[in-house]
Design a protein around this ligand. Structure first.
Ligand SMILES: Nc1ncnc2c1ncn2[C@@H]1O[C@H](COP(=O)(O)OP(=O)(O)OP(=O)(O)O)[C@@H](O)[C@H]1O
Ligand SMILES: [Mg+2]
Length: 417
């Protein structure tokens, strides 16, 4: 890590907080104290304070939002817009989810809930300095896109589609792709990929205070397909201690290191599932065409919609095991649930089971109807419309704007691709 001076500002009207932060900086031999210190409360924030900040053009701001969190996050947003590349470490009371998400979007890379400790502040500042240090290219880019996969009904095929989708995403675009198994109690992605992870998500939680790019790399399992995996723990009871806040923080951290994060969740409305929905863009709900599945989605959807940080129109419905032979049509599905069908995936019991039993995702096993459906879905999500082969396809995938497609969700478009 570089030891160059990083232009830092400290904003807090709380003297003891300012002292703590300064002590943290001074105790670290490679750091210099914040270049400016602003003690004005937000209500008294004026041209004078803004001028000081403008003149410094800070790379890092430690921002105390304890008094007025909402105002503090607005200030973070304002400062980030005025200082491209700015990273903030914020601290204050436990925030409601929407505000925490707004903070993240405003460039807050770490949020320390009060009461905080010098150790937590040291770890946060260390992390943000590493992001800026130039030794991680990843540190300087926009957070990666997070795709969450969920079904309120067990056995819908969620894990299979999430795993294969991640492989396709990486193969189509060549971008850094991480699968995160947030079915923390009984996650099976490692089995589907045929790997035996040495570390898992709970190890990540327990060591997050010293997490950096290097440590992250040692926690990640690399699959032959090029996809990385952060696995669920093997023993379900290990996951009991993990909180929603910890999961949120880790997802934010991971998004700064990967272009795509594909998250598989359990069928429960666990903190892990809800944290994934908060950050998902989009979230995919997987269903089969039967009444029990549709009913479960009907019941769970209002909660999931509320959890969607990007808004409820960023939820996409996937119909799995679809063979067109059911009494219930896709139109019925759409009417019952109130969502358009984004994609259908073919019923392929033999192909899918064989791939799971052999620990090799079906999209790597040559031609299969299910594999082709996942490919089509990957192309739709990444913006690769037509099926192209070779370098040309790769190139257009790299330049395809993701966002443009997310607004779409028409059933006709979905099913024809
Ligand atoms: N399109 C499909 N056609 C046929 N069988 C499928 C299909 N998709 C998944 N399956 C089968 O359904 C079973 C459950 O799949 P999977 O584990 O992906 O579901 P899940 O929703 O993640 O389940 P859980 O609730 O246990 O997490 C597996 O045995 C798999 O082989
Ligand atoms: Mg599963």
């Amino acid at each position: 890590m570089t030891e160059r001076t990083i232009r830092t500002a400290l904003i807090s009207s709380d003297r003891s907080f300012r002292e703590m932060v300064k002590d943290v900086f001074l105790a670290h031999e490679a750091w210099t104290a914040p270049a400016i210190e602003i003690a004005a409360p937000f209500s008294a924030f004026g041209e004078n304070e803004l001028r000081q900040i403008r003149q410094l053009h800070p790379e890092v701001i430690v921002l105390d939002v304890a008094d007025e969190p909402e105002m503090g996050i607005k200030l973070a947003q304002f400062l980030s817009e005025a200082n491209p590349g700015l990273r903030l470490v914020a601290s204050g009371p436990q925030l409601p989810n929407e505000l925490l998400l707004a903070a993240m979007r405003a460039g807050v890379v770490d949020y320390l809930t009060r009461p905080t400790t010098p150790e937590a502040m040291t770890a946060a500042v260390e992390r943000v300095r590493q992001l800026l240090g130039g030794n991680t290219k990843e540190g300087n880019k926009q957070p990666g896109a997070l795709f969450a996969f969920y079904s309120p009904k067990g056995g819908a095929g969620t894990t299979t589609v999430a795993t294969n989708f991640a492989v396709v995403l990486h193969r189509l675009t060549g971008k850094k792709t991480l699968l995160v198994d947030l079915d923390l109690e009984l996650g099976e992605i490692a089995l589907l990929l045929g790997v035996q992870p040495r570390f898992n998500f709970v190890d990540m939680v327990q060591n997050f205070h010293r997490m950096d790019a290097e440590l992250l790399a040692s926690y990640i399992e690399r699959h032959d397909s090029g996809v990385h995996l952060l696995s669920a723990p093997y023993q379900p009871e290990t996951a009991e201690v993990v909180t929603g806040d910890e999961i949120r923080k880790i997802l934010m951290f991971l998004r700064r290191h990967y272009d795509y994060i594909v998250v598989d969740t359990a069928k429960s409305f666990s903190p892990a599932t809800l944290a994934a929905f908060e950050q998902a863009d989009p979230a995919f709900i997987v269903t089969n065409v039967d009444l029990a599945s549709l009913r479960n989605i009907q019941r769970g959807l209002p909660l999931l919609k509320r959890m969607m940080g990007r808004g409820e129109d960023h939820i996409r419905l996937i119909v799995n095991r679809y063979n067109g032979a059911s009494d219930i049509s896709l139109k019925d599905v759409e009417t019952t649930i109130g969502l358009r069908v984004f994609h259908t995936l073919s019923n392929d019991y033999e192909g899918v089971s064989r791939s799971i039993n052999s620990g090799r995702p079906i999209v790597l096993n040559g031609d299969s109807k299910y594999g082709a459906d996942i490919q089509a879905m990957g192309r739709q999500v990444t913006g690769l419309k037509a099926k192209k082969k070779g370098a040309k396809a790769r190139l257009s995938a790299l330049s395809a704007p993701l966002g443009r497609l997310f607004g779409r969700g028409k059933a006709e478009e979905a099913t024809k691709s």
